[in-house]
Design a protein around this ligand. Structure first.
Ligand code: NAP
Length: 284
């Protein structure tokens, strides 16, 4: 089974976590969302990714209910939205997240996007303060370039930068150009978001669609699981698909044990060529 580590935590984790974007929106879906997250936890998917922004805190409330009675086992990641990235805003947003999550610490706290408004040094000073107080066990960023990761690390001083969460999949390969090599060299875990959604939207005529189906048949799994196996083929990448369906969850878990051969990887490169571009930075 493929595994990853976070430098802030001594444990090894399955290289698949659970996303929660769009959970906590509809109260009628809450018990289903909670039971899928709990099924994932019982199958060893212990990293749960959420954010203050998702459903305006609703996703964090779902996570709180899903982890009740086993919080210590779970690695909870949450995020502060960049419009609150000033020193006080970060600490207030964290306090609100801890309240909704019904916990007194998060395992990893990320700045959700680079901020257009606030200096990164102020944000990181607040993150480091939260770390010193034991409110967060690890500090990270999301949607950050190599230059911004280096700036964040400098601003954090002794507190290590643990992770960068970026969009990464067969159809979004920009992080391979510079971000993943930097993360490999600096022991920063890459959290790959939206690893499935664009695969689901591939036109049937796309040459990758038939290839994914063929590989899925060969490995006795689904095209989505092949796409996930590709995403987590190299350390230090963990993919965090979101699913509100047990059959989808079970198919995703199969990816942990799929090893693609070098000729299969070459065929995937032909169908989904590397972009060769650096990831564009957006500030919100
Ligand atoms: N840091 C950021 O800026 C950022 C941005 C976007 C996302 N994220 C995080 O990353 C997580 C994942 O990204 P995402 O939610 O955008 O996209 P995703 O996980 O790539 O795709 C989710 C969609 O794929 C479906 N799905 C899941 N497993 C499937 C399977 N085996 N077969 C077919 N369909 C399947 C889900 O449907 P069902 O629910 O019906 O299973 C859902 O519609 C988010 O939930 C969030 O935690 C972070």
């Amino acid at each position: 089974m493929k595994q990853v580590t976070f430098r802030s935590d001594a444990r090894d984790f399955a290289a698949l976590g659970q996303g929660t974007w769009k959970m906590g929106v509809d109260p009628d879906q809450a018990s289903k969302e909670i039971s899928v997250l709990q099924e994932g936890l019982s199958k060893g998917l212990l990293v749960i990714d959420t954010a203050a922004m998702y459903a305006d805190g609703g996703a964090e409330r779902i996570v709180a209910r899903a982890v009740r009675g086993r919080r210590e086992k779970v690695f909870i990641v949450t995020k502060v939205w960049p419009t609150r990235a000033d020193y006080r805003g970060v600490l207030q947003s964290l306090e609100e997240s801890l309240g909704r999550l019904e916990t007194d610490y998060v395992d990893l706290f990320l700045l959700h996007w680079p901020s257009a408004r606030f200096p990164l040094a102020d944000t990181m000073r607040a993150m480091a303060e939260a770390h010193r107080k034991g409110l967060v066990r690890g500090v990270g960023v999301s949607n950050f370039s190599v230059e911004l990761m280096a700036e964040a690390s400098d601003a954090l001083g002794d507190v290590p930068l643990v992770a960068n969460q970026v969009e990464y999949s067969l159809t979004a390969r920009d992080p391979e150009t510079r971000i993943i090599p930097y993360c490999q060299a600096h022991h920063v875990t890459v959290m790959a978001y939206s690893p499935i959604k664009n695969i689901n939207q591939l036109p049937p005529a796309h040459k990758g669609s038939a290839l994914l189906r063929e590989l899925a048949d060969r490995h006795a799994t689904t095209p989505q699981s092949i796409a996930l196996a590709w995403t987590i083929r190299q350390a230090p990448v963990i993919a965090i698909p979101k699913s509100s369906s047990v059959p989808h969850l079970l198919s995703n878990i199969e990816a942990l044990d799929v090893t693609l051969t070098s000729s299969e990887l070459t065929a995937l490169d032909r169908a989904f060529p590397p972009s060769g571009k650096d990831m564009a930075v957006e500030r919100l």
